[in-house]
Design a binder for this molecule. Structure first.
Ligand code: UD1
Ligand code: CA
Length: 448
C-alpha cells in the first residue's frame, strides 16, 4: 500500500524566542526540517507534503535548493496540529493509502522506526509512536490499556493522575488516509489551548470502533524541540550519536567529545580524527586518512590516505586526490589537488588546480582576487614552488617547473623552467661593520 508522509512545520515556535522559523534552526548544521525530510525519504513514500505557515518564504527558499520533490501546503492560520493535517489532507483527496504524520520540530526519528510505523499502520486503523520520557513535562500522555491506545491527553489538559504518566506522545501518528480524514472532520477546540488537536483523533477513533495501537521508541528519537535550550540539548544528542556511529564504522576518534559532525558527514574506515576537529556540511573523507588536531573542513572531498592539518582549513569546492598532504595553517578553497601533492605549511590556495607530485612551499599564496574578479591558477605535475612565492592569477605553471623563493610570479611559467622574480642580492664587503658603526653613532647622538 502507498504511504504519504505529512510533515508539520507551520507553527510559530513562540517558545524559541527567535525571529528565525523554528524548523530552520540547525542541528548538525542542517535545519530541523531537513532531518525530518531525510527520515521521511528513508521509506521512499509516494509523496511528502510539508505544511508551512509562519516563515514559509524562508523555509521554502532553504528547501528549494536542496530538494524539489517535496510539496508544500500552506496553513494560513495555525489552528492546531489537527487543522494542519486536515489542510494537507485536502491535497490528498484522491489518495487511498496510509498516511504518516511527522512533526517538523522532532528531528531524530530513525529510518528503522519509520519502517516499524509503516508496517504497523497496515495492521491497525491508527498507530501512535510513544516513548517513555525521562521528563514528560510538555508532552501529551498516552492513556493505554495493554496494547490498546485509548486516548492522548495534552499536558495542559491533563489531571494530576495523568500527569504522573511518563508514556508520552512523540507526535508521530499513522493510519489509513480514509480513517484519518473522517476523524479530522470531528475535531473540536474544547481544550485549554483552544486548538484543533491531532491527538484527539485517538479517542474519536475508539468511539467509532476503529482499532488504535501504539509503538514505543527510544526517547532520544522522540525528542521534540520547543526552546533554544532544547535545541542545544538536541545538538549534544546529535553529536553523541554521530561519534558512536563513527566508532562503529571503524573511525578512530582520539578525543570523541571534541569531534563535531554534520548530518551529511561521510568518513571511511581506518581514518583517524585527532582532537578538536570540526566537519561542516558537505564533507566526504576517504579511508586511511588522518585529520590532525584543530582542523576545520566544509564542502570538500578528501580521498583515501590523505593527511590534513594540524590547523588546516578546507573550504567548499576542495577536492583532494589520494595521498595528498595538507599541513599546518593552510587554507584551501575551490581547488583540485592531484595525487601525492603536498602543501605543508602556511599557505593560501584558492581557485587552483595542482597536478600530481607537486610541492608547494611554505608561505605560498595564489593571489586569486584582484579586488573585483576571481582568477584561476593552474599548476602542473612535479612542480616545486619555492617558499613565499606569490602566484598572481590568472597563471599557468608548467610541468616540472620551479620557482625561486620569494618570487612574485606574474607571467606563465613554461614546463621545465625555473622562474625567479625577485630583486637581485648584492653583498658589500665590510658593509656590516660600517652599518653597525653608523647606527651606533646615531643612537649616541640621540642620548646626548
Ligand atoms: C505536540 C503534541 C504532543 C506531543 C508533542 C511531541 C498536539 C496537540 N500535541 O505538542 O502530544 O507530545 O507534540 O513533541 O499535537 N504545527 C503546525 N500547525 C499548527 C500547530 C502546530 O504546523 O497549527 C506544527 C508545529 O510547527 C510543530 C508541530 O506541529 O512542528 C507540533 O506543534 P507544537 O506546537 O510544537 O506541539 P507541542 O506543544 O510540542
Ligand atoms: Ca513541539
Amino acid at each position: 500500500m502507498d504511504t504519504a508522509v505529512i510533515i508539520l512545520a507551520a507553527g510559530k515556535g513562540t517558545r524559541m524566542n527567535s525571529n528565525r522559523p523554528k524548523v530552520l534552526h540547525n542541528v548538525g548544521n542542517f535545519p530541523l526540517i531537513a532531518h525530518c525530510i531525510k527520515t521521511a525519504e528513508s521509506i521512499k513514500p509516494h509523496k511528502i507534503l510539508t505544511v508551512l505557515g509562519h516563515g514559509r518564504t524562508e523555509i521554502r527558499n532553504v528547501l528549494k535548493s536542496s530538494d524539489n520533490s517535496i510539496k508544500f501546503v500552506i496553513q494560513e492560520a495555525q489552528l492546531g496540529t489537527g487543522h494542519a493535517v486536515s489542510v494537507a489532507m485536502d491535497e490528498l483527496a484522491d489518495f487511498d493509502g496510509n498516511v504518516i504524520v511527522l512533526y517538523g520540530d522532532t528531528p531524530f526519528l530513525s529510518a528503522e522506526t519509520m519502517i516499524r510505523i509503516q508496517t504497523s499502520s497496515s495492521q491497525a486503523d491508527l498507530v501512535v509512536l510513544g516513548f517513555h520520557a525521562p521528563d514528560p513535562s510538555g508532552y501529551g500522555r498516552l492513556i493505554t490499556n495493554k496494547n490498546e491506545l485509548l486516548k492522548i491527553v495534552e499536558h495542559n489538559d491533563a489531571n494530576g493522575q495523568e500527569l504522573e504518566l511518563n508514556l508520552c506522545n512523540s507526535g508521530v501518528m499513522a493510519g489509513s488516509s480514509k480513517v484519518i480524514k473522517k476523524l479530522l472532520k470531528e475535531l473540536d477546540r474544547n481544550n485549554k489551548n483552544n486548538e484543533l488537536y491531532l491527538t484527539d483523533c485517538v479517542h474519536l477513533a475508539k468511539a467509532r470502533g476503529f482499532t488504535c495501537s501504539y509503538l514505543v521508541c527510544d526517547p532520544k528519537e522522540a525528542f521534540g524541540i520547543n526552546s533554544l535550550e532544547q535545541l542545544s540539548l538536541a545538538e549534544k544528542t546529535f553529536q553523541e550519536t554521530a561519534r558512536t556511529e563513527a566508532a562503529e564504522n571503524g573511525i578512530h576518534l582520539v578525543a570523541p567529545e571534541t569531534a563535531f559532525f554534520s548530518l551529511d558527514t561521510e568518513i571511511g574506515r581506518d581514518t583517524i580524527i585527532e582532537p578538536n576537529v570540526i566537519f561542516g556540511p558537505g564533507v566526504k573523507v576517504g579511508t586511511g586518512c588522518t585529520i590532525k588536531a584543530f582542523s576545520y573542513l566544509e564542502g570538500c572531498k578528501v580521498s583515501d590516505d590523505c593527511s590534513i592539518g594540524p590547523y588546516a582549513r578546507l573550504r567548499p569546492g576542495v577536492d583532494l586526490s589520494e595521498g595528498v598532504k595538507i599541513g599546518n595553517f593552510v587554507e584551501i578553497k575551490n581547488s583540485k589537488i592531484a595525487e601525492k601533492s603536498k602543501i605543508n605549511h602556511l599557505s593560501y590556495i584558492g581557485d587552483t588546480e595542482i597536478g600530481e607530485n607537486s610541492n608547494i612551499g611554505a608561505g605560498t599564496i595564489t593571489c586569486n582576487y584582484d579586488g573585483v574578479n576571481k582568477h584561476k591558477t593552474v599548476i602542473g605535475e612535479n612542480v616545486f614552488i619555492g617558499s613565499n612565492t606569490m602566484l598572481i592569477a590568472p597563471l599557468t605553471v608548467g610541468n616540472n617547473s620551479m620557482t625561486g623563493s620569494g618570487s612574485v610570479v606574474t607571467k606563465d611559467i613554461p614546463a621545465d623552467n625555473l622562474a625567479i622574480a625577485r630583486s637581485e642580492q648584492i653583498n658589500k664587503n665590510g658593509g656590516a661593520k660600517k652599518l653597525k658603526a653608523l647606527l651606533q653613532n646615531k643612537k649616541n647622538k640621540i642620548k646626548s
